[in-house]
Ligand binder design. Structure first.
Ligand code: SF4
Ligand code: SF4
Length: 420
């Protein structure tokens, strides 16, 4: 059961009302997840915090929940849903070291993309599209399992022939549809029609504040800027995906300026990963570069309004910046998300070349040996991650490890964020 907060009403055709705030409350095994779509944040309550939440929902009050309310995680209208979800949580069973369902499902709709960016981890673009019937059954499974968000990507997802119908279906199933795009082929009419189908958020890929810098690793600078201009004039929430590389690191402050000029809601920093079109060794950030990036993020965070986010592969950097770990951070493969590729294979994460076919999303989530390996990284990983204070908020990115060696549980040699 998904408990919908009062701020989250549906329109008469059952689709999610696109104008209202959205919180979803999901019962987990002796715990709750509360997801705020506007903030793209999930809060986890278990143990004492769950008791405090229940006390508040039953009419009491306490400083902890006052703070939680200030952050917009729950509101007074959620009390009934919280009580119901807590009752349900007592009988829920999740796979070990994970949740009862992914928070988000990352779907590669198509491999087609005209840009063929050199850094693309997908390699040479082909024309495989995800089968419509399979996709529809996956969306139904996801809705039943109470997945919060369906993140649509590619290739270029705007080229997927059934995109409108798909977004409508996701929305009707009370999940949130988001898209990551280069901006290629986006125009006002397409954007408006996608929004009217229920699209909730767009991330635009952009690696530089100028064409010269962006084109060191990507194509389509003009498409990205055109898309940002359209989004600026829309009501839709949107952000920029920026891959941190040696050839654009110095440009980061200017990229933030550009983002602000488009009134972008977030800049999401992605860690550079292996691709077949480039030599990884020439482009990844060296430990000293990562420490510089950390410094730039710190100063930008205090000076700017836009939100700077970090890819799960940069959970090490997040732990370093916050000087703490969070149960909700770290590699989310098999814990917080799952990927489906355009050939219909499930992957723990779209960046790893480990995949399997399954009868259903539920079967994959509860029975996959691949997912279980990802879920036990914290117990089995080698040095230097083993013994690191940040291990259980980080886990070390397997996509990076597997890009360099065959040992699944290898640690991140040379990690500059290791503590102590
Ligand atoms: S393997 Fe890396 S990129 Fe994939 S989910 Fe884990 S941290 Fe993120
Ligand atoms: S040493 Fe490993 S666990 Fe520690 S911060 Fe670095 S990558 Fe994460």
């Amino acid at each position: 059961m998904v408990s919908w907060s009062l701020s989250n009403r549906r329109s008469t055709n059952g689709a999610m009302n696109k104008q209202t705030a959205l919180r979803i409350i999901r019962a987990e095994e002796n715990a709750l997840l509360i997801w705020n779509a506007e903030q793209a944040r999930t809060a986890f309550f278990s143990g004492k915090e769950l008791s405090l939440l229940e006390m508040w929902a039953r009419g009491g009050n306490n400083p902890f929940i006052e703070r939680v309310m200030e952050l917009g995680i729950v509101g007074n209208g959620d009390k009934h849903a919280v009580v119901e979800a807590i009752a349900l949580s007592r009988s829920r069973v999740a796979p070990p070291f994970s949740f009862c369902a992914p928070e988000s499902l990352h779907i590669e709709l198509t491999e087609a993309c005209p840009l063929n960016c050199s850094q693309c981890y997908k390699g040479q673009a082909r024309h495989q599209e995800l089968d419509v019937a399979l996709l529809s059954s996956v969306i139904q499974d996801a809705a039943q399992m109470q997945v919060f968000q369906i993140a649509l990507g590619g290739g270029e997802p705007l080229l997927y022939s059934g995109l409108h119908q798909l977004i409508e279906e996701i929305s009707t199933c009370a999940m949130v549809a988001t898209i990551t795009t280069s901006g290629y082929s986006l125009d006002r009419q397409l954007l408006d029609s996608l929004v009217s189908c229920g699209l909730r958020h767009v991330q635009v890929s952009l690696n530089g504040s100028s064409k010269e810098i962006d084109s060191r690793s990507r194509g389509g600078y003009e498409h990205a800027l055109f898309a940002l201009a359209l989004l600026k004039d829309s009501q839709l929430s949107f952000g920029i995906n920026w891959v941190a590389r040696r050839d654009n690191l110095d440009d980061f402050p200017k990229l933030l300026q550009l983002a602000e000029s488009f009134r972008v809601g977030n800049v999401n920093i992605l860690r550079y990963k292996h691709s077949s079109g480039e030599a990884y060794e020439e482009n990844y950030l060296l430990p000293k570069d990562e420490l510089r990036l950390a410094k730039m993020i710190r100063s930008a965070r205090s000076a700017r309004k836009l939100r700077i986010r970090l890819d799960s592969a940069y959970a090490s950097l997040l732990c370093y910046l916050n000087n703490q770990t969070s149960y909700m951070s770290g590699c989310g493969a098999g814990r917080r998300f799952l990927a489906l590729d355009s050939q219909g294979y499930y992957r723990p994460c779209s960046h790893v070349n480990i995949r399997e076919k399954a009868n259903s999303l539920f079967e994959t989530w509860y029975q996959s040996g691949h997912l279980n390996r990802f879920r036990t990284i914290g117990e089995n990983v080698n040095a230097p991650c083993a013994g690191c204070d940040f291990l259980h908020g980080c886990y070390g990115c397997r996509a990076l490890v597997l890009g360099q060696c065959a040992c699944f549980f290898e640690g991140h040699a040379g990690c500059p964020f290791r503590t102590p």
